[in-house]
Each structure stands twice: as C-alpha cells, then as structure tokens.
Design a protein around this ligand. Structure first.
Ligand code: PDD
Length: 290
C-alpha cells in the first residue's frame, strides 16, 4: 500500500482527498517543495525546508508544524513507502474556505499534503545532454516564491515537449532568466555564468550546490544577467534542478551549443555533484561518469 500525508496525517494514498474549496485548488494559494531521495535518504533536506519556510512567510501562511515535526513526517513517509530513489512532493495551502480572493477572515488551518514517487536518475540524458527551446518569460515578478501558480511554466514546458525538447529556456526580452522548472548556466572561457538569485528566478537548491562546488574547484563564477546573444555564443550550457541534477544542454532552438557535446566544465560539475550525493546519501548504483 502507498501512503500519503494529508493535514499532517499519514493515510492510504487512495483515500487522500482535499476539499473542493481548498484555496490551493481554487487559487493556487500555496507553496511547494520537491526533495530528492537517493538510497532512501533525503538530499539537501535542510536547504529545502529553509526555502519552504521562506516561501510560506512570503505569502503569509504559518507552518502548522515545527521543522522537526515536518522532518519526522517526511522521513516516516519515505520509510512507509519504501522509497529508494525518487522524490517527495509536499505542499501547503492556506486551507479550505468559502471562495473569496482575500485571505479568509475566520481562522482556517493550512493544509499540508505530501506523497512520494519513484524516480530514477536521468542517467542516459545526463550522459548525452538534452535539447531545449527558447520561450518568452511571461511570469509574475515574484518567481523566488515556490508558488503553486505554475501556468506560465506549464505553457513553456508544453512548448518544449511539443518540439521534442526536454526543457524551455525562458527569457525576459533579451535577458535569460531560468528554465520552466530548472536554473540555467552558461560557460564562457572557463567562467560559469548564471542569473543572480533575485525575484525573477527561483533560488535553486541544486544551483547553490553547484556554485559551492565551483568555489571548491576554483572555477570562476559570475552571478549576473546574461543575454540570449551570449547564450548562443556559449562554450557550454547546462541546466540544474532537483530531478535533473547537472544536465548538459546540447541544443537551443535548433542550434547546437558549441560542438554539440557536453562540455568539460559541465562534466567536472557533474562529477562534483555526484560526490555530494554520495557524501550525503551513500554510494550510488550507477554513475554518470561510467
Ligand atoms: N523545480 N526554477 C524553477 C522555476 C523550478 O521549478 C525549479 C525546480 C528550479 C530548480 O530548483 P531546485 O534546484 O531547488 O530543484 C528552478 C522542481 C524540481 C519542480 O517543480 O518539479
């Protein structure tokens, strides 16, 4: 039997239900996190919980549990579901209340839901690299909040899929922001360049791990806005996310990146990222480097 958490309670997943007037369902009034699990162990848990709490504070929802309680619940769910390699998805909404845009005037308890999903590492793609497509970034101006409102991201990802691409690289005018569900990096003359973590992008946990490893490896980093023109002239491009790790990008809107092969800096960072997984979660069955 698979288990899920609803309102802080562990239950049979097939019985997990939310109210039709839940504000997450009606308005997207809530926030979420996706955390990677390798070998049954949570990767970068502390960072994900910190971002979750920051997102909640940004939209003025009080977490109805302590970080400690939340951690215990998540760990219990992984154990109960016997999850080896996959993800845990969790979200909190403002709760159920008669439909009205403004916050409910009565006291409403926020609704926490969580479930797990088996998801292997995308090893073949990590080795070969992926194709991408450009998409205008039409999102709001608080993309730093990991909000349930993902319509623009969905439209961008759908455009990617319809064009046989793995991801859409979003841009505001000439400025590259981030992927529909990932952060974007380019490498030029040995320097790793990525958009600063401000209100126009999500501060990726994977992005931060990568930047830390760049520092450890003495790879120069520039966190600055870069243009579409710079992107198309890059030596290497890669994207990052909890599920995609350090993913080489070999094509953008039909043009190959450099020679169309994953680059050496990207490979080095993939290696460092795998070492980080091993140090937090134990040995991996398969490596991208094999
Ligand atoms: N997406 N930017 C956006 C818009 C994202 O949705 C994500 C993650 C990231 C990368 O963040 P992180 O490295 O913390 O996963 C950047 C998750 C995985 C998702 O929605 O499924």
């Amino acid at each position: 039997m698979a288990y899920a958490i609803v309102n802080g309670k562990l239950m049979d997943r097939s019985e997990a239900k939310v109210d039709i007037e839940d504000r997450g369902y009606q308005f997207g009034d809530g926030v979420y996190e996706v955390i990677r699990v390798y070998n049954g162990k949570l990767f970068t848990l502390k960072e994900h919980l910190a971002r979750f709490e920051k997102s909640l504070a940004s939209i003025r929802i009080n977490l109805p549990f302590s970080t400690q309680e939340l951690t215990e619940m998540i760990k219990q769910l992984i154990e109960k579901n016997n999850l080896h390699t996959g993800i845990i998805y969790m979200q909190i909404t403002r709760g159920a209340s008669p439909r009205n845009h403004a916050f409910p005037s009565e006291v409403v308890s926020p609704c926490l839901t969580a479930y797990t999903k088996e998801m292997p590492r995308p090893l073949a793609k990590l080795k070969s690299g992926v194709n991408t497509i450009l998409a205008e970034d039409i999102r709001w101006l608080r993309c730093d909040i990991k909000s349930l409102n993902l319509l623009a991201n969905i439209l961008a990802k759908q455009k990617a899929g319809e064009n046989n691409c793995y991801e859409a690289i979003q841009h505001r005018g000439q400025d590259v922001t981030e992927g529909s569900s990932s952060n974007i990096f380019m490498v030029k003359n040995g320097v790793v360049i990525t958009h600063p973590s401000n209100e126009l992008i999500l501060k990726g946990i994977t992005k931060d791990v990568i930047l830390q490893h760049c520092r450890n490896l003495s790879i120069p980093v520039e966190e600055r806005v870069f243009s579409l023109k710079e992107l198309t002239a890059a030596d290497e491009v890669f994207l990052s996310s909890t599920t995609s790790e350090v993913m080489p990008v070999i094509e953008i809107s039909g043009s190959t990146v450099s020679d169309g092969q994953p680059g050496t800096v990207t490979r080095k960072l993939q290696q460092a990222f795998e070492q980080e997984i091993v140090s937090q979660c134990g040995n991996l069955i398969e490596s991208t480097l094999a």
